[in-house]
Design a protein around this ligand. Structure first.
Ligand SMILES: Nc1ncnc2c1ncn2[C@@H]1O[C@H](COP(=O)(O)OP(=O)(O)OP(=O)(O)O)[C@@H](O)[C@H]1O
Ligand SMILES: [Mg+2]
Length: 293
């Protein structure tokens, strides 16, 4: 088996250039082949079954929340999909091609971007330098827009900074950024690889309520614009119900429910797992308006 596999041309979503108008498809079903298909995924640590035969799909451009109590296996699932961990069993396909067992860099090059539970940037570098470095890391990838010349990298960095509204802080060192701003920069770093699938592990952890909605709104807009699928874990049910097209519920390594936000909110098994989490029962499908505290 080759380390990098064949080029992705045949399966690549159109990138750049075409203006896909998807803003009205939120919540709709996506008919195209799944960008991610996970089948029978299993991973144990010292006999503890972190994931125990998990199967699900994420459609192209779809926003899926993977939720569940602490220790349910959410981060383990992400670590398997992006290659940080090897599965004990099961298959992971990206746009129909197996990626399980490949190293993280190869999976990133195939179009899987990731943000982390704690924002990950190079603290001693400026925001612009961080973004440029991320672009350089992905330059030369098959089908990439950038050839990697300094001028092209600078231009790409400028465009990415504009997309995440960080032009005014481009020269700021990441170490001095407010946490919410660092999360926006981290989003730019994840987008630098022109992902087809973006994994976001608790993107709003550590943020105030208003900042949570703002970050998710931004991620959601950018994902819709470029038809990037988003798989995110989240403990904040306002974020889950406000931004997911579909919700998958994990408990002790197994999927116990899957469906629309409304169906999940009404699901008795899910409510039992979340007993003592009053936010689940709350009718909170809408988020505070832009600029709210
Ligand atoms: N590297 C590891 N070594 C040993 N056990 C691990 C490791 N990673 C995860 N686990 C165990 O696997 C189970 C699932 O953990 P995981 O981090 O995937 O849960 P999670 O759903 O992301 O939880 P949280 O909501 O707290 O982030 C837990 O029992 C955890 O202790
Ligand atoms: Mg986790």
């Amino acid at each position: 088996m080759s380390a990098t596999g064949p080029p992705q041309g045949a399966n690549s979503a159109p990138s750049g250039g075409s203006e896909l108008e998807l803003s009205t498809t939120v919540g709709a079903h996506h008919s195209s082949a799944p960008i991610l298909k996970v089948t029978g995924l299993a991973k144990a640590f010292d006999g503890v079954h972190a994931l125990d035969g998990v199967s699900f799909e994420v459609g192209s451009g779809e926003r899926v929340a993977l939720i569940g109590p602490n220790g349910a296996g959410k981060t383990t699932c992400f670590n398997l999909v992006n290659g940080q961990l090897r599965p004990d069993a099961g298959a992971i396909e990206l746009a129909g091609q197996r990626i399980d067992g490949q190293p993280p860099q190869a999976i990133a090059r195939r179009g899987v971007g990731r943000t982390f539970q704690v924002a990950a940037t190079f603290a001693s570098m400026t925001v612009r330098e961080n973004v440029a470095l991320a672009l350089l890391a992905h330059a030369g990838k098959h089908g990439a827009m950038l050839a990697g010349s300094p001028a092209e990298i600078a231009e790409g960095a400028q465009a990415l900074l504009a997309r995440v509204d960080c032009l005014d802080i481009a020269a700021t060192h990441c170490a001095t950024l407010a946490y919410g701003t660092a999360k926006r920069v981290e989003l730019a770093l994840a987008l630098a690889g022109a992902p087809r699938l973006l994994l976001m592990d608790e993107p709003t952890a550590g943020l105030a309520q208003g900042a949570r909605a703002a970050l998710m709104r931004l991620a959601s807009e950018l994902a819709l614009r470029d038809r990037i699928a988003v798989l995110f874990t989240e403990h904040d049910m306002d974020v889950v119900f406000g931004f997911a097209d579909r919700v998958i519920v994990l408990d002790r390594g197994r999927i116990i429910a899957e469906g629309t936000p409304d169906a999940i909110r009404a699901d008795a098994r899910v409510q039992a797992v979340y007993l003592g989490t009053p936010t689940l029962a709350r009718n909170s499908s809408s988020l505070p308006p832009e600029g709210a505290q």
